[in-house]
Design a protein around this ligand. Structure first.
Ligand SMILES: [Zn+2]
Length: 291
């Protein structure tokens, strides 16, 4: 066979392998997610494939997330935006199917501004502006929290809807524009639920305790890792009843409600984080559950 004929057959083979054969169709990824979402709201993304999925790489808001496919043809995971860190406008969601026959799909999601009410609080001066002596402590604790919330554990334990950690009503919504003694501070990036001193605080979903600590702002706090970059955080506890490393079920007692940290009275501050973006946990409660 001459070199020219070899080249011809190689090119022909390449051409044919790029064409879908009779009775075959090119493998596809189908993506289900909202087209428009309010800022600070979490949302579920579903990816379906014609073939078993090995793993997906998800690119969203400058972050990446690897989602194991475990040989299934559909996976779901949680994403969202943050009232403080995100900006309204168009954001690209890109999904890459890794492994054999890699594929990529992408879509644009419009992040819409929402109007959040103002909350004005009068507090002791040292509470509005932490004294210089505690700045180092705050920086250290912030670094510890960022390291935890930027971890992506591969196993998803998240079960939706979330279970309410305390039966009390919402006392401060997510997103409130906050003023302490007329000075604007960061918006409220969690949900405050009414709770009396000593009320049990329960896990909103199954997961692993990855941090149980006493912080300047959050007081006694529990960080619960649900996998795939999703965390719920429980702050201002009077007492912590779990240890770092513990696996907990939804509804298991994590601690007792209190007023530790920077607060004006006993309540539970519940945080929801995905890839270190703080979003509104209220969006993931189906209904009030009696405990
Ligand atoms: Zn709060």
């Amino acid at each position: 066979m001459t070199f020219g004929r070899v080249l011809f057959f190689m090119l022909l083979t390449l051409f044919l392998s790029a064409m879908p054969g009779p009775g075959l169709h090119a493998a596809q990824l189908r993506l289900e997610c909202p087209e428009v979402i309010g800022i600070g709201l979490p949302f579920v993304v579903r990816v379906e494939s014609d073939e078993p999925l090995d793993r997906l790489r998800v690119e969203w808001a400058g972050k990446t997330l690897t989602v194991p496919g475990a040989g299934k043809k559909a996976v779901e995971f949680l994403l969202g935006t943050d009232v403080l860190k995100s900006r309204p406008g168009s954001e690209t969601l890109r999904i890459l199917k890794l492994g054999l026959s890699p594929l990529a799909v992408q879509t644009s999601i419009l992040v819409e501004q929402r109007d959040f009410p103002e909350q004005r609080l009068t507090v002791p001066t040292e509470m509005a502006s932490p004294p210089a002596a505690v700045q180092e402590r705050i920086a250290r604790e912030n670094a510890e929290i960022r390291a935890v919330l930027n971890t992506v554990s591969p196993d998803s334990h998240l079960i939706l809807p979330l279970m309410r950690p305390v039966p009390g009503e919402v006392s401060s919504d997510y997103g409130l524009k906050r003023f302490f003694n007329d000075m604007e501070r960061n918006p409220h990036r969690g949900l405050d639920l009414r709770a009396a001193l000593g009320d049990p605080v329960r896990a909103a979903a199954p997961g692993q305790i990855v941090l149980a600590a006493d912080h300047y702002y959050g007081g006694r706090s529990v960080f619960l890792d649900h996998g795939l970059g999703v965390f719920t955080v429980y702050m201002h506890l009077d007492d912590i009843k779990v240890r770092q490393g513990d696996m907990v079920e939804a509804g298991e007692i994590l601690g007792l409600a209190g007023q530790t940290g920077r607060v004006t009275g006993p309540h539970l501050h519940l945080g929801l984080y995905v890839l270190d973006l703080a979003m509104d946990p209220a969006a993931l409660f189906f209904a009030k559950q009696s405990q």
